[in-house]
Design a protein around this ligand. Sequence first.
Ligand code: GDP
Ligand code: MG
Length: 161
Amino acid sequence: DLPIVAIIGRPNVGKSSLFNLLIGERKSIVDETEGVTRDINMELIQTEYGAFYLYDTAGFLKEGDKFNSLVQKKVKEAIEKTDIILFMVDGRNLHPMDKEIASFLHEQEKEVWVIANKLDNPDMEVLAYEFYTLGFKEIIPFSVVHKRGYATLKEKIEIWA
Ligand code: GDP
Ligand code: MG
């Protein structure tokens, strides 16, 4: 069985943007309107070192909703099968929903890497440190728009896969 990598996070942090970046084409809908991705998007990724499945899990969370009440069965099952969770946050601000998602993910005993997105320039990278309070060891400062952190992430996934 090929490893599964899933992108998890609250709405509008850039999950679909990261999915598209990693698969190398625009397949997942990126929209200014929150909660646009309705289903789980899945793609097989081939690399020099091996292959893995990538999930974009979006759409199951709306702003203001309690995380636990909204994790659909489908998404829970997807998380259960997942080997690596890319927990995406808006690196500019720690949001209360990030903490709810974090406590849920801590219960899963999975490999979790925090992707602190939207850190569009090098000066902003320090903002990522705040996310260590979520209790995960791996934090990758990231910007999908500027492909910042992209090489690091790809390499980490390839080593793992
Ligand atoms: P999702 O709801 O988590 O799937 O988020 P989307 O991928 O749909 O992106 C939400 C919004 O964030 C869109 O307007 C994106 O253009 C924007 N966005 C995504 N990545 C970045 C980034 O690295 N920097 C900035 N400034 N905006 C981003
Ligand atoms: Mg999306």
